[in-house]
Design a binder for this molecule. Structure first.
Ligand SMILES: C[S@@+](CC[C@H](N)C(=O)[O-])C[C@H]1O[C@@H](n2cnc3c(N)ncnc32)[C@H](O)[C@@H]1O
Length: 427
C-alpha cells in the first residue's frame, strides 16, 4: 500500500513535471494555465503522447501526495467532500443566471448585482468560492475575470445543464441511496432507487421525467453534452472497432444502434465508414427528434425506428447490434431481458457490441481510474438500481443470457472512459 516516502514521491513528481515542461517547450507549446487551460496536446481526447501520459501520471501522483498529507478523520467527513466540490457555489451561479451573464471581459460584483438584481454580497461570496476552485479569478478587489473553466460555464449551455442535473437529480439521489437500500434490500427494480426516495414517485426516473418536460429537456441536453466531454466521444468506438477503412466502401455493413438516442454515435460511424448503414432505435419521441435533426447527406444511410428494447428485435440479420451506454442504466435482471430480446434477430457471426465502462479489477489500474468507474457505479445505483460492470460481470451476464454468446473482444481504447465489449453470436 505505502511503497515510498515523501522524498521519493516528490522526486518522481519533480522529474515528471520537468519532462512535461521540456516536452511542451520543445513543441513550442505554452504550459497549462488557469486562464487558458491546457494546450490541446494535453486534452484527454488528443492522440496519446508522452506529454499527455506525463500529465496523467502527475495528476495521479499529486492526488496520492495530497491524500497522504490529509488527516485520516477529515478523509471521511462530508466537509472534505464539499471542500473539494465546487458545485456548492457553481450550482447557484448557474441557477441565478450569473454564469451566462458573466461578460467575456470580466465584471465587477456591483455591475453584476445591478444587472441581475441580486444582492452584491451574495454574488461576491459565490464567485469568491468558485475562485478557490479556479472558476473565476478576482483580478482586483470585487472585480472578477474568467478562467478557462468559468469560460466553459458561460459559453456552453450543455455544461450548465450538466451542472443542474448533477446538483438537482444526481447528488440528491446519491444522498437518498442508503434510505432506498434499507427499504428495498437487494432489489433490482429501477423504481426502488435513491432517486425515487428523493422524488417521492414509484415510476422509474425516465418514465417519471416524461411527465416533467422541463426536467426531461434539461436531462436530454445534459446527456448530449456528456457525450462530448473528454473521454466520451463516439470517435473511440468508431476508430477502434474493425469497421474497415473509409475506402473499403463496397461491402455493406448494417448496424443497429439500440437505444441510440438522437443518433450522434451512428452519425460518427456512418461518417467514419461509407460502407456502414445504421438503424437508430429509441423511444418514439426521441426518434422523432433524431430524425428531424439528421443532416440531409446522411438520410440514405441512417434511419430511425421507434422500438422498445425490451421487446423482440425487429431488425433481423444485421451485422452489428450496438448497446452504447444502455446496459449500465439497468440491473442484471433487465439487462438479461434487453440482450435476450436481440437473440431472435441474430445471424451466426453477428456482433453485439457493448460500449460501456469496464470497472478495473483489483489493483489493475490506478485508483483514480477505478474511482471514476466506481463513482459512476454509485450514480447508476442512485438513479435506477443499476450498475457499472467489471470484465467478469460482463462475461457472466452474457453467459447467463445464452452460452452461444462468445466474448471475442474486451478493449479499452486509450483516453476513453468506455470500453468495447464485443460478443459474437455462435448460434
Ligand atoms: C444513456 S442514453 C444512451 C444513448 C446513446 N446510446 C449514447 O451512447 O449516447 C440511454 C438511451 O436509452 C433510451 N431508452 C431507455 N429506455 C428505452 C427502451 N425501453 N427502449 C428503447 N430505448 C430506451 C433512452 O431514451 C436513451 O436515449
Amino acid at each position: 500500500m505505502d511503497q515510498s516516502n515523501l522524498k521519493k514521491r516528490a522526486e518522481e513528481i519533480l522529474a515528471t513535471a520537468y519532462s512535461l515542461s521540456d516536452a511542451l517547450a520543445n513543441l513550442g507549446l505554452p504550459e497549462p494555465s488557469f486562464e487558458h487551460g491546457l494546450p490541446a496536446i494535453l486534452d484527454t481526447d488528443s492522440v496519446q503522447s508522452e506529454a499527455g501520459n506525463g500529465r496523467q501520471r502527475l495528476l495521479q501522483m499529486l492526488d496520492e501526495f495530497r491524500s497522504l498529507l490529509t488527516e485520516p478523520t477529515l478523509m471521511l467527513t462530508p466537509e472534505l467532500a464539499s471542500l473539494r466540490n465546487p458545485l456548492i457555489s457553481v450550482h447557484s451561479i448557474v441557477r441565478l443566471g450569473i454564469a451566462e451573464s458573466f461578460p467575456p471581459e470580466g465584471a465587477s460584483v456591483q455591475d453584476l448585482a445591478k444587472k441581475l438584481n441580486i444582492n452584491h454580497s451574495l454574488i461576491r461570496r459565490l464567485l469568491a468560492h468558485g475562485a478557490t476552485h479556479h472558476i473565476y479569478y478576482e483580478a482586483s478587489p470585487d472585480v472578477f475575470v474568467h478562467t478557462a473553466a468559468s469560460r466553459v460555464l458561460a459559453e456552453n449551455e450543455g455544461m450548465r445543464k450538466w451542472i443542474l442535473i448533477g446538483a438537482e437529480e444526481l447528488i440528491p439521489a446519491t444522498l437518498k441511496t442508503a434510505e432506498a437500500l434499507v427499504e428495498f434490500p437487494n432489489s433490482e427494480e429501477p423504481e426502488h432507487s435513491g432517486w425515487n426516495a428523493q422524488n417521492g414517485t414509484n415510476l422509474p426516473i425516465f418514465r417519471a421525467l416524461a411527465a416533467m418536460p422541463d426536467r426531461a429537456k434539461t436531462f436530454a441536453g445534459a446527456m448530449q453534452w456528456h457525450a462530448m466531454l473528454p473521454g466520451f466521444a463516439p470517435k473511440y468506438l468508431a476508430s477502434c472497432f474493425p469497421w474497415g477503412s473509409p475506402e473499403n466502401s463496397d461491402a455493406g455493413l448494417t448496424v443497429v444502434d439500440v437505444g441510440g438516442g438522437l443518433g450522434h454515435v451512428s452519425r460518427v460511424l456512418a461518417n467514419h465508414n461509407l460502407a456502414v448503414s445504421c438503424i437508430v432505435q429509441d423511444s418514439p419521441d426521441v426518434v422523432l427528434q433524431g430524425r428531424d435533426d439528421l443532416p440531409q447527406a446522411l438520410h440514405e444511410r441512417i434511419t430511425f425506428q421507434a422500438h422498445d428494447f425490451f421487446l423482440e428485435q425487429p431488425v433481423k440479420g444485421a451485422d452489428v447490434y450496438i448497446l452504447r451506454l444502455v446496459l449500465h442504466d439497468w440491473s442484471d435482471k433487465y439487462c438479461h431481458k434487453i440482450i435476450t430480446a436481440l437473440i431472435p434477430a441474430l445471424k451466426p457471426g453477428a456482433k453485439v457490441v457493448i460500449n460501456d465502462r469496464v470497472v478495473p479489477g483489483r489493483h489493475e489500474a490506478h485508483y483514480l481510474v477505478e474511482r471514476e468507474a466506481r463513482d459512476y457505479d454509485m450514480y447508476m445505483l442512485a438513479f435506477q438500481n443499476a450498475k457499472e460492470r467489471t470484465a467478469n460481470d460482463w462475461v457472466a451476464l452474457l453467459k447467463a443470457v445464452d452460452a452461444r454468446f462468445e466474448l471475442t473482444k474486451v478493449f479499452q481504447p486509450p483516453g476513453s472512459y468506455l470500453a468495447i465489449v464485443e460478443a459474437t453470436w455462435q448460434g
